[in-house]
Design a protein around this ligand. Structure first.
Ligand code: CA
Length: 150
């Protein structure tokens, strides 16, 4: 037996690639699909959707993502619509009733949401800017994603 003592770390290493990885999305005239793998045990899994690609409308996700004005937000099994503009979370979101749930899978921590493109209505500008977030504590994907309707 060695006289030396070993230093044992009880802190797990950070997840490889970051806490939120494999981020992707597609938008067609019929359906929008959003995917991300959340590698930490977050209780909330969110996608902020700037449907009109206008940072001045919807929820301003800055200071991390000042370029995103999220008109919609997916959170776990629900879709919400921003009913005002700016960075004030209070009173920002109204539930959009969808059946079935927009969350179609969370197997192996890969979250897949699908929603009909029609829910974006007049806010569908054909280009969306997306910010993926987990919480709490608030943790953002390494980069936001821009998608163009196919
Ligand atoms: Ca917007």
């Amino acid at each position: 037996m060695s006289a030396h003592t070993a230093q044992v770390s009880l802190t797990p290493p950070p997840p490889v690639g970051g806490p939120i990885v494999n981020v992707s999305a597609t938008l067609t005239a019929v359906q929008a699909e959003y995917k991300a793998t959340y590698q930490l045990p977050f209780s909330t899994h969110r996608v902020f959707i700037d449907a009109d690609n206008n940072p001045n409308t919807g929820y301003v996700t800055g200071p991390v993502w000042p370029g995103v004005g999220a008109d919609f937000m997916l959170e776990n099994g629900f879709l919400y619509r921003a009913i005002k503009n700016g960075a004030d979370w209070t009173g920002m979101w109204q539930t959009v009733s969808l059946t079935p749930s927009p969350l179609v899978s969370s197997t192996n921590d890969q979250f897949v949401w699908r929603i009909p493109t029609s829910v974006f209505g007049a806010l569908n500008g054909g280009t969306q800017k997306l910010a993926f977030q987990g919480g709490e504590p608030s943790t953002w994907a390494a980069a936001y994603v821009t998608i163009v309707q196919q």
